[in-house]
Write a protein that binds this ligand. Structure first.
Ligand SMILES: [Zn+2]
Length: 532
Protein backbone atom coordinates (compact mmCIF):
# COMPACT_ATOMS: atom_id res chain seq x y z
CA UNK A 1 0.00 0.00 0.00
CA UNK A 2 1.46 3.35 -0.96
CA UNK A 3 1.76 6.09 1.63
CA UNK A 4 -1.10 8.53 1.99
CA UNK A 5 -0.46 11.92 0.52
CA UNK A 6 -0.47 15.10 2.64
CA UNK A 7 -0.60 18.43 0.83
CA UNK A 8 1.95 21.01 2.00
CA UNK A 9 0.69 24.60 1.89
CA UNK A 10 3.35 27.21 2.58
CA UNK A 11 2.39 30.57 4.03
CA UNK A 12 5.90 31.96 4.60
CA UNK A 13 5.21 34.84 2.24
CA UNK A 14 1.90 35.80 3.89
CA UNK A 15 1.56 34.71 7.54
CA UNK A 16 5.35 34.35 7.95
CA UNK A 17 5.86 37.97 6.97
CA UNK A 18 3.84 39.02 10.05
CA UNK A 19 6.90 38.16 12.14
CA UNK A 20 8.89 40.93 13.75
CA UNK A 21 11.35 42.58 11.40
CA UNK A 22 10.30 40.47 8.39
CA UNK A 23 10.32 42.36 5.13
CA UNK A 24 11.26 41.14 1.67
CA UNK A 25 11.48 42.89 -1.67
CA UNK A 26 9.55 41.52 -4.64
CA UNK A 27 12.75 39.98 -6.05
CA UNK A 28 13.51 38.27 -2.76
CA UNK A 29 9.97 36.91 -2.54
CA UNK A 30 10.35 35.46 -6.03
CA UNK A 31 13.58 33.74 -4.90
CA UNK A 32 11.79 32.30 -1.88
CA UNK A 33 8.91 31.07 -4.06
CA UNK A 34 11.30 29.22 -6.38
CA UNK A 35 13.14 27.68 -3.42
CA UNK A 36 9.79 26.44 -2.05
CA UNK A 37 8.84 25.05 -5.45
CA UNK A 38 12.13 23.13 -5.71
CA UNK A 39 11.48 21.73 -2.25
CA UNK A 40 8.17 20.40 -3.54
CA UNK A 41 5.48 22.29 -1.62
CA UNK A 42 2.03 22.01 -3.22
CA UNK A 43 0.90 25.59 -2.74
CA UNK A 44 2.52 28.94 -2.01
CA UNK A 45 0.34 31.56 -0.39
CA UNK A 46 1.66 34.80 -1.82
CA UNK A 47 -0.37 37.44 0.04
CA UNK A 48 -3.51 39.55 -0.35
CA UNK A 49 -4.47 40.31 -3.92
CA UNK A 50 -4.42 44.04 -4.44
CA UNK A 51 -4.44 45.06 -0.79
CA UNK A 52 -1.23 47.01 -1.17
CA UNK A 53 1.06 47.95 -4.05
CA UNK A 54 3.86 45.61 -2.94
CA UNK A 55 1.64 42.52 -2.90
CA UNK A 56 0.12 43.60 -6.20
CA UNK A 57 3.59 43.91 -7.75
CA UNK A 58 4.50 40.47 -6.42
CA UNK A 59 1.42 38.83 -7.97
CA UNK A 60 2.21 40.56 -11.24
CA UNK A 61 5.75 39.14 -11.19
CA UNK A 62 4.49 35.67 -10.25
CA UNK A 63 2.17 35.66 -13.26
CA UNK A 64 5.26 35.53 -15.47
CA UNK A 65 7.16 32.89 -13.48
CA UNK A 66 6.99 29.15 -14.10
CA UNK A 67 6.82 26.69 -11.24
CA UNK A 68 7.37 22.96 -11.46
CA UNK A 69 4.87 21.86 -8.88
CA UNK A 70 3.63 24.61 -6.60
CA UNK A 71 0.38 26.42 -7.29
CA UNK A 72 0.09 30.04 -6.24
CA UNK A 73 -2.62 30.94 -3.74
CA UNK A 74 -4.10 34.34 -2.99
CA UNK A 75 -5.44 35.11 0.46
CA UNK A 76 -8.62 37.03 1.17
CA UNK A 77 -11.69 37.30 3.37
CA UNK A 78 -15.27 36.15 3.02
CA UNK A 79 -17.60 38.81 1.60
CA UNK A 80 -18.57 41.77 3.72
CA UNK A 81 -21.94 41.59 5.40
CA UNK A 82 -25.06 42.68 3.55
CA UNK A 83 -23.26 42.69 0.18
CA UNK A 84 -23.59 40.08 -2.55
CA UNK A 85 -20.36 38.15 -3.12
CA UNK A 86 -20.23 39.26 -6.76
CA UNK A 87 -20.44 42.90 -5.61
CA UNK A 88 -17.59 42.62 -3.09
CA UNK A 89 -14.55 44.34 -4.66
CA UNK A 90 -11.94 42.08 -2.98
CA UNK A 91 -13.74 38.91 -4.11
CA UNK A 92 -14.19 40.35 -7.62
CA UNK A 93 -10.44 40.89 -7.78
CA UNK A 94 -9.76 37.30 -6.73
CA UNK A 95 -12.33 35.92 -9.14
CA UNK A 96 -10.88 37.79 -12.11
CA UNK A 97 -7.22 37.14 -11.35
CA UNK A 98 -4.98 34.48 -12.92
CA UNK A 99 -4.30 32.91 -9.51
CA UNK A 100 -5.62 29.32 -9.45
CA UNK A 101 -6.08 28.90 -5.70
CA UNK A 102 -8.11 31.26 -3.50
CA UNK A 103 -7.86 30.89 0.26
CA UNK A 104 -10.67 32.59 2.14
CA UNK A 105 -10.59 33.22 5.84
CA UNK A 106 -13.82 33.53 7.76
CA UNK A 107 -15.20 33.67 11.26
CA UNK A 108 -16.09 30.54 13.19
CA UNK A 109 -16.11 31.75 16.77
CA UNK A 110 -19.33 33.25 18.11
CA UNK A 111 -17.33 35.42 20.52
CA UNK A 112 -15.80 37.22 17.53
CA UNK A 113 -19.18 37.60 15.86
CA UNK A 114 -20.67 39.17 18.98
CA UNK A 115 -17.75 41.29 20.14
CA UNK A 116 -15.79 42.18 17.02
CA UNK A 117 -17.75 41.98 13.78
CA UNK A 118 -21.33 42.31 15.15
CA UNK A 119 -22.55 39.88 12.51
CA UNK A 120 -25.34 37.43 13.30
CA UNK A 121 -24.59 33.72 13.23
CA UNK A 122 -26.89 33.18 10.24
CA UNK A 123 -25.38 36.02 8.24
CA UNK A 124 -21.89 34.65 8.98
CA UNK A 125 -22.89 31.26 7.53
CA UNK A 126 -24.29 33.01 4.46
CA UNK A 127 -21.05 35.02 4.08
CA UNK A 128 -19.02 31.79 4.09
CA UNK A 129 -21.28 29.94 1.69
CA UNK A 130 -21.83 32.77 -0.81
CA UNK A 131 -18.17 33.72 -1.04
CA UNK A 132 -17.00 30.18 -1.69
CA UNK A 133 -19.78 29.43 -4.15
CA UNK A 134 -18.97 32.62 -6.09
CA UNK A 135 -15.26 31.74 -6.46
CA UNK A 136 -16.10 28.12 -7.36
CA UNK A 137 -18.41 29.36 -10.14
CA UNK A 138 -15.46 31.32 -11.49
CA UNK A 139 -13.38 28.14 -11.64
CA UNK A 140 -11.16 28.68 -8.64
CA UNK A 141 -9.86 26.05 -6.27
CA UNK A 142 -11.07 27.29 -2.89
CA UNK A 143 -9.51 26.64 0.49
CA UNK A 144 -11.48 27.78 3.51
CA UNK A 145 -9.48 28.89 6.57
CA UNK A 146 -11.71 28.63 9.66
CA UNK A 147 -10.22 31.31 11.87
CA UNK A 148 -10.04 30.52 15.61
CA UNK A 149 -11.57 27.11 14.89
CA UNK A 150 -10.35 25.40 18.05
CA UNK A 151 -11.45 28.23 20.34
CA UNK A 152 -14.78 28.21 18.57
CA UNK A 153 -15.06 24.44 18.97
CA UNK A 154 -14.43 24.70 22.71
CA UNK A 155 -17.01 27.48 22.96
CA UNK A 156 -19.79 26.07 20.74
CA UNK A 157 -18.80 22.92 18.90
CA UNK A 158 -22.02 22.65 16.95
CA UNK A 159 -21.74 26.13 15.43
CA UNK A 160 -18.06 25.66 14.61
CA UNK A 161 -18.86 22.42 12.76
CA UNK A 162 -21.78 24.12 11.00
CA UNK A 163 -19.39 26.77 9.61
CA UNK A 164 -17.14 24.04 8.15
CA UNK A 165 -20.09 22.13 6.76
CA UNK A 166 -21.37 25.27 5.06
CA UNK A 167 -17.92 25.80 3.48
CA UNK A 168 -17.78 22.20 2.29
CA UNK A 169 -21.28 22.29 0.83
CA UNK A 170 -20.46 25.51 -1.03
CA UNK A 171 -17.60 23.73 -2.77
CA UNK A 172 -14.43 24.37 -0.74
CA UNK A 173 -11.99 21.57 -1.57
CA UNK A 174 -10.23 21.95 1.79
CA UNK A 175 -11.47 23.31 5.11
CA UNK A 176 -8.63 24.35 7.36
CA UNK A 177 -8.84 24.18 11.13
CA UNK A 178 -6.92 27.24 12.31
CA UNK A 179 -5.44 27.58 15.78
CA UNK A 180 -5.12 31.30 15.20
CA UNK A 181 -4.16 32.18 18.77
CA UNK A 182 -1.87 29.19 19.14
CA UNK A 183 -3.64 28.35 22.37
CA UNK A 184 -4.62 24.74 21.79
CA UNK A 185 -3.20 21.71 23.52
CA UNK A 186 -2.45 18.55 21.52
CA UNK A 187 -5.32 16.58 23.07
CA UNK A 188 -7.84 19.27 22.06
CA UNK A 189 -6.59 19.22 18.49
CA UNK A 190 -6.94 15.44 18.33
CA UNK A 191 -10.53 15.43 19.57
CA UNK A 192 -11.68 18.34 17.43
CA UNK A 193 -10.07 16.91 14.28
CA UNK A 194 -11.76 13.55 14.87
CA UNK A 195 -15.11 15.31 15.29
CA UNK A 196 -14.64 17.26 12.05
CA UNK A 197 -13.65 14.14 10.17
CA UNK A 198 -16.76 12.37 11.40
CA UNK A 199 -19.06 15.28 10.52
CA UNK A 200 -17.72 16.09 7.06
CA UNK A 201 -16.98 12.62 5.74
CA UNK A 202 -14.86 11.92 2.70
CA UNK A 203 -16.09 14.68 0.37
CA UNK A 204 -13.77 17.41 1.59
CA UNK A 205 -10.15 17.56 2.65
CA UNK A 206 -9.33 18.68 6.19
CA UNK A 207 -6.44 21.10 6.68
CA UNK A 208 -4.56 22.28 9.74
CA UNK A 209 -3.00 25.71 10.44
CA UNK A 210 -1.34 26.09 13.83
CA UNK A 211 0.74 28.64 15.69
CA UNK A 212 3.43 28.06 18.30
CA UNK A 213 2.26 30.24 21.20
CA UNK A 214 2.08 27.24 23.52
CA UNK A 215 5.12 25.54 21.99
CA UNK A 216 2.83 22.97 20.35
CA UNK A 217 2.61 24.24 16.76
CA UNK A 218 4.41 21.31 15.14
CA UNK A 219 2.95 18.70 17.50
CA UNK A 220 -0.58 19.98 16.86
CA UNK A 221 -0.12 19.85 13.09
CA UNK A 222 1.27 16.29 13.23
CA UNK A 223 -1.58 15.12 15.47
CA UNK A 224 -4.19 16.64 13.19
CA UNK A 225 -2.74 14.68 10.27
CA UNK A 226 -2.71 11.49 12.32
CA UNK A 227 -6.42 12.06 12.96
CA UNK A 228 -7.56 12.82 9.46
CA UNK A 229 -6.10 16.11 8.14
CA UNK A 230 -4.43 15.82 4.71
CA UNK A 231 -3.35 19.44 4.17
CA UNK A 232 -0.86 21.25 6.42
CA UNK A 233 -0.21 24.97 6.48
CA UNK A 234 2.95 26.39 7.99
CA UNK A 235 5.98 28.55 7.37
CA UNK A 236 9.63 27.85 6.69
CA UNK A 237 11.72 27.97 9.86
CA UNK A 238 8.52 28.76 11.79
CA UNK A 239 8.47 32.46 10.91
CA UNK A 240 5.36 34.31 11.98
CA UNK A 241 3.93 36.80 14.43
CA UNK A 242 4.38 36.38 18.20
CA UNK A 243 5.99 32.93 18.65
CA UNK A 244 5.65 31.99 15.01
CA UNK A 245 3.66 29.60 12.83
CA UNK A 246 4.05 25.85 12.82
CA UNK A 247 7.44 25.09 11.31
CA UNK A 248 7.22 23.20 8.01
CA UNK A 249 10.91 22.36 8.29
CA UNK A 250 10.03 20.09 11.22
CA UNK A 251 6.60 19.02 9.98
CA UNK A 252 7.59 17.66 6.57
CA UNK A 253 10.31 15.23 7.77
CA UNK A 254 8.13 14.30 10.76
CA UNK A 255 5.26 13.32 8.47
CA UNK A 256 7.40 11.63 5.93
CA UNK A 257 10.18 9.91 7.88
CA UNK A 258 8.41 9.14 11.12
CA UNK A 259 4.69 8.87 10.37
CA UNK A 260 4.91 7.33 6.91
CA UNK A 261 2.99 9.97 4.95
CA UNK A 262 3.99 11.16 1.50
CA UNK A 263 4.65 14.92 1.09
CA UNK A 264 7.67 15.46 -1.18
CA UNK A 265 10.06 13.12 -3.01
CA UNK A 266 13.12 11.78 -1.14
CA UNK A 267 15.32 13.91 -3.43
CA UNK A 268 13.32 17.01 -2.47
CA UNK A 269 13.45 16.12 1.22
CA UNK A 270 17.24 15.95 0.91
CA UNK A 271 17.14 19.64 -0.07
CA UNK A 272 15.46 20.60 3.21
CA UNK A 273 18.56 21.85 5.04
CA UNK A 274 19.82 23.84 2.10
CA UNK A 275 16.39 25.38 1.48
CA UNK A 276 15.81 26.29 5.15
CA UNK A 277 19.20 27.99 5.32
CA UNK A 278 18.79 29.73 1.98
CA UNK A 279 15.47 31.22 3.08
CA UNK A 280 17.08 32.38 6.35
CA UNK A 281 19.84 34.03 4.33
CA UNK A 282 17.35 35.78 2.06
CA UNK A 283 15.63 37.09 5.19
CA UNK A 284 18.99 38.19 6.57
CA UNK A 285 18.64 35.80 9.51
CA UNK A 286 21.35 33.55 10.88
CA UNK A 287 20.22 29.91 10.72
CA UNK A 288 19.47 28.58 14.19
CA UNK A 289 22.23 26.05 14.95
CA UNK A 290 19.90 24.09 17.24
CA UNK A 291 16.96 23.84 14.82
CA UNK A 292 15.53 20.31 14.63
CA UNK A 293 16.58 18.33 11.52
CA UNK A 294 18.46 21.17 9.77
CA UNK A 295 20.54 22.94 12.45
CA UNK A 296 24.26 22.46 12.33
CA UNK A 297 24.07 20.92 15.82
CA UNK A 298 21.16 18.65 14.92
CA UNK A 299 23.50 15.71 14.38
CA UNK A 300 26.53 16.89 16.32
CA UNK A 301 28.23 14.39 18.57
CA UNK A 302 30.69 15.04 21.29
CA UNK A 303 32.65 12.78 23.57
CA UNK A 304 34.12 9.35 23.04
CA UNK A 305 31.16 7.12 23.73
CA UNK A 306 28.70 8.88 21.42
CA UNK A 307 31.21 8.96 18.63
CA UNK A 308 32.18 5.32 19.12
CA UNK A 309 28.44 4.53 19.12
CA UNK A 310 27.61 6.28 15.85
CA UNK A 311 30.62 4.70 14.20
CA UNK A 312 29.40 1.27 15.26
CA UNK A 313 25.78 1.93 14.26
CA UNK A 314 24.41 5.41 13.61
CA UNK A 315 21.00 4.44 15.04
CA UNK A 316 22.50 4.30 18.52
CA UNK A 317 22.60 8.09 18.81
CA UNK A 318 20.81 9.49 15.72
CA UNK A 319 17.02 9.61 15.31
CA UNK A 320 17.20 9.72 11.51
CA UNK A 321 19.87 9.54 8.83
CA UNK A 322 21.04 13.19 8.51
CA UNK A 323 21.43 12.77 4.74
CA UNK A 324 17.65 12.22 4.40
CA UNK A 325 17.13 15.92 5.16
CA UNK A 326 20.37 17.06 3.54
CA UNK A 327 22.17 17.62 6.83
CA UNK A 328 25.54 16.24 7.88
CA UNK A 329 26.76 14.48 10.93
CA UNK A 330 29.09 16.79 12.83
CA UNK A 331 31.68 15.41 15.15
CA UNK A 332 32.57 17.99 17.75
CA UNK A 333 36.15 18.18 18.75
CA UNK A 334 37.16 18.76 22.34
CA UNK A 335 39.75 17.57 24.79
CA UNK A 336 37.39 14.68 25.51
CA UNK A 337 37.70 13.48 21.94
CA UNK A 338 39.69 10.41 21.11
CA UNK A 339 41.53 9.38 17.98
CA UNK A 340 38.41 7.96 16.36
CA UNK A 341 36.65 11.32 16.58
CA UNK A 342 39.61 13.13 15.06
CA UNK A 343 39.87 10.59 12.25
CA UNK A 344 36.16 10.88 11.45
CA UNK A 345 36.35 14.65 11.29
CA UNK A 346 39.49 14.47 9.11
CA UNK A 347 37.76 12.10 6.70
CA UNK A 348 34.82 14.48 6.38
CA UNK A 349 37.32 17.16 5.39
CA UNK A 350 38.92 14.92 2.80
CA UNK A 351 42.13 14.14 4.74
CA UNK A 352 43.39 10.62 5.47
CA UNK A 353 44.94 10.33 8.91
CA UNK A 354 47.08 7.48 10.15
CA UNK A 355 47.01 6.44 13.80
CA UNK A 356 50.14 8.39 14.66
CA UNK A 357 48.95 11.64 13.15
CA UNK A 358 45.59 11.20 14.92
CA UNK A 359 47.36 10.76 18.28
CA UNK A 360 49.48 13.83 17.64
CA UNK A 361 46.36 15.88 16.88
CA UNK A 362 44.60 14.63 20.02
CA UNK A 363 47.58 15.79 22.10
CA UNK A 364 47.71 19.12 20.25
CA UNK A 365 43.99 19.73 20.92
CA UNK A 366 44.51 19.05 24.61
CA UNK A 367 47.41 21.50 24.78
CA UNK A 368 45.54 24.19 22.88
CA UNK A 369 42.37 23.78 24.95
CA UNK A 370 44.54 24.30 28.00
CA UNK A 371 45.59 27.66 26.52
CA UNK A 372 41.98 28.70 26.02
CA UNK A 373 41.14 27.32 22.55
CA UNK A 374 37.80 25.64 22.15
CA UNK A 375 37.25 23.73 18.92
CA UNK A 376 33.62 22.68 19.34
CA UNK A 377 32.41 25.92 17.80
CA UNK A 378 35.47 26.32 15.57
CA UNK A 379 35.26 23.47 13.08
CA UNK A 380 36.97 25.60 10.45
CA UNK A 381 40.02 26.16 12.64
CA UNK A 382 40.09 22.46 13.45
CA UNK A 383 40.09 21.50 9.76
CA UNK A 384 43.12 23.77 9.35
CA UNK A 385 44.81 22.26 12.42
CA UNK A 386 44.52 18.78 10.90
CA UNK A 387 46.16 20.02 7.72
CA UNK A 388 48.91 21.75 9.68
CA UNK A 389 49.72 18.46 11.41
CA UNK A 390 49.70 16.42 8.19
CA UNK A 391 51.71 18.92 6.17
CA UNK A 392 48.79 19.58 3.80
CA UNK A 393 48.23 23.13 4.98
CA UNK A 394 48.72 25.86 2.42
CA UNK A 395 48.47 29.41 3.72
CA UNK A 396 46.69 31.96 1.53
CA UNK A 397 49.51 34.45 2.12
CA UNK A 398 52.60 35.15 4.22
CA UNK A 399 52.31 37.97 6.72
CA UNK A 400 54.98 40.63 6.95
CA UNK A 401 53.07 42.88 9.35
CA UNK A 402 49.76 44.50 10.14
CA UNK A 403 48.93 47.67 12.03
CA UNK A 404 45.65 49.12 13.28
CA UNK A 405 45.09 52.77 14.20
CA UNK A 406 42.02 53.77 16.20
CA UNK A 407 41.54 57.49 16.48
CA UNK A 408 38.92 59.40 18.44
CA UNK A 409 38.27 62.93 17.22
CA UNK A 410 37.12 66.00 19.09
CA UNK A 411 33.69 65.71 17.46
CA UNK A 412 33.20 62.28 19.01
CA UNK A 413 33.79 60.26 15.83
CA UNK A 414 35.95 57.18 16.07
CA UNK A 415 37.94 56.27 12.96
CA UNK A 416 39.67 52.94 12.46
CA UNK A 417 42.28 52.25 9.81
CA UNK A 418 44.27 49.09 9.17
CA UNK A 419 47.37 48.57 7.06
CA UNK A 420 48.59 45.12 6.14
CA UNK A 421 51.79 44.03 4.40
CA UNK A 422 51.66 40.51 3.02
CA UNK A 423 53.22 38.28 0.37
CA UNK A 424 51.29 36.16 -2.12
CA UNK A 425 53.18 34.08 -4.72
CA UNK A 426 56.38 36.07 -4.28
CA UNK A 427 54.63 39.40 -4.65
CA UNK A 428 54.34 41.98 -1.90
CA UNK A 429 50.99 43.66 -1.22
CA UNK A 430 50.55 46.72 0.98
CA UNK A 431 46.92 47.69 1.55
CA UNK A 432 45.16 50.15 3.81
CA UNK A 433 41.45 50.15 4.60
CA UNK A 434 39.03 51.88 6.93
CA UNK A 435 36.38 50.07 8.88
CA UNK A 436 33.83 50.44 11.65
CA UNK A 437 36.25 48.67 13.99
CA UNK A 438 39.63 46.95 13.98
CA UNK A 439 38.38 43.58 12.72
CA UNK A 440 36.32 45.12 9.97
CA UNK A 441 39.26 47.29 8.85
CA UNK A 442 41.67 44.33 8.85
CA UNK A 443 39.15 42.19 6.98
CA UNK A 444 38.75 44.84 4.30
CA UNK A 445 42.48 45.43 3.93
CA UNK A 446 43.12 41.69 3.67
CA UNK A 447 40.39 41.14 1.10
CA UNK A 448 41.66 44.14 -0.88
CA UNK A 449 45.06 42.44 -1.00
CA UNK A 450 44.08 38.87 -1.86
CA UNK A 451 40.54 39.16 -3.21
CA UNK A 452 41.70 39.05 -6.82
CA UNK A 453 43.85 35.99 -6.34
CA UNK A 454 40.98 34.18 -4.56
CA UNK A 455 37.63 35.32 -6.01
CA UNK A 456 35.63 32.92 -3.80
CA UNK A 457 36.51 35.18 -0.85
CA UNK A 458 33.84 37.56 -2.14
CA UNK A 459 31.17 34.97 -1.26
CA UNK A 460 32.40 34.60 2.30
CA UNK A 461 30.63 36.71 4.84
CA UNK A 462 31.43 37.06 8.52
CA UNK A 463 28.12 36.54 10.28
CA UNK A 464 28.88 36.42 13.98
CA UNK A 465 31.66 37.70 16.20
CA UNK A 466 31.90 36.67 19.84
CA UNK A 467 34.51 37.86 22.31
CA UNK A 468 35.02 36.27 25.68
CA UNK A 469 37.54 37.11 28.37
CA UNK A 470 39.02 33.99 29.94
CA UNK A 471 40.69 33.91 33.31
CA UNK A 472 39.24 37.28 34.33
CA UNK A 473 40.94 37.38 37.71
CA UNK A 474 44.13 38.48 35.98
CA UNK A 475 42.48 41.74 34.89
CA UNK A 476 44.16 43.23 31.83
CA UNK A 477 46.52 40.29 31.64
CA UNK A 478 43.54 38.07 30.86
CA UNK A 479 43.32 35.96 27.76
CA UNK A 480 40.78 36.89 25.07
CA UNK A 481 39.03 34.27 22.99
CA UNK A 482 37.40 35.35 19.72
CA UNK A 483 34.95 33.10 17.89
CA UNK A 484 33.94 34.02 14.35
CA UNK A 485 31.19 32.42 12.30
CA UNK A 486 31.39 32.72 8.55
CA UNK A 487 29.26 31.52 5.66
CA UNK A 488 29.53 31.33 1.89
CA UNK A 489 25.79 30.91 1.43
CA UNK A 490 26.18 27.13 1.10
CA UNK A 491 27.86 26.23 4.36
CA UNK A 492 28.74 27.87 7.64
CA UNK A 493 31.80 27.27 9.79
CA UNK A 494 33.45 28.65 12.89
CA UNK A 495 36.98 29.79 13.63
CA UNK A 496 38.84 30.80 16.74
CA UNK A 497 41.69 33.03 17.90
CA UNK A 498 43.18 33.24 21.38
CA UNK A 499 45.58 35.91 22.61
CA UNK A 500 46.23 38.38 25.38
CA UNK A 501 45.48 41.03 22.76
CA UNK A 502 41.92 41.22 21.47
CA UNK A 503 42.95 42.46 18.03
CA UNK A 504 45.52 39.70 17.61
CA UNK A 505 42.94 37.12 18.67
CA UNK A 506 40.50 38.60 16.15
CA UNK A 507 43.13 38.54 13.40
CA UNK A 508 43.85 34.85 14.04
CA UNK A 509 40.17 34.02 13.88
CA UNK A 510 39.73 36.14 10.75
CA UNK A 511 42.58 34.46 8.87
CA UNK A 512 41.36 30.98 9.90
CA UNK A 513 37.88 31.89 8.85
CA UNK A 514 38.93 32.91 5.32
CA UNK A 515 41.41 30.02 4.95
CA UNK A 516 38.84 27.50 6.15
CA UNK A 517 36.36 28.91 3.63
CA UNK A 518 38.86 28.30 0.83
CA UNK A 519 39.56 24.66 1.70
CA UNK A 520 39.06 22.41 -1.33
CA UNK A 521 36.69 20.13 0.62
CA UNK A 522 34.16 22.96 1.04
CA UNK A 523 31.46 22.64 -1.64
CA UNK A 524 31.10 26.41 -1.92
CA UNK A 525 34.79 26.81 -2.77
CA UNK A 526 34.27 24.71 -5.88
CA UNK A 527 31.58 26.70 -7.64
CA UNK A 528 29.31 29.70 -7.45
CA UNK A 529 27.29 30.06 -4.24
CA UNK A 530 23.63 29.11 -4.11
CA UNK A 531 22.56 32.55 -2.91
CA UNK A 532 22.26 34.79 -5.94
ZN1 LIG B 1 -1.95 32.15 11.10
Amino acid sequence: MSAERVEIYDTTLRDGMQGEGMSLSVDEKVQVAHALDRLGVDAIEAGFLGSNPKDAAFFERLAGETFEQAQIAAFGMTRRRDVRAEDDPALQLMASSWVPVCTLVGKTWALHLEKVTKVSREENLAMIGDSIAFLRERGKRVIYDAEHFFDAYRDDAEYALKCLQTAAEAGAETVVLCDTNGASMPGDVTLATLAVDERLGAGVRIGIHTHDDAGCGVANALLAVQHGARHVQGTMNGYGERCGNANLVSIVPGLQLKLGFDCVTPEQLAMLTETAHLIDEINNLTPNPDQPYVGRNAFAHKGGMHVAGILADARTFEHIDPAAVGNDRAVLISELSGKGTVQTRAEQGGVDLDEQAASRIVERVKALEHQGFHFEAADGSFDLLIRKETGEYEPLFRLESWRVIVEKRENGRVETEATIKIWVDGERYVRTAEGNGPVNALDRALRAAIGETYPHLRDIELINFKVRILNESKGTGAITRVLLDASDGVEAWGSIGVSENVIEASWEALVDSLEAGMLPSRPGAAGPPVVA
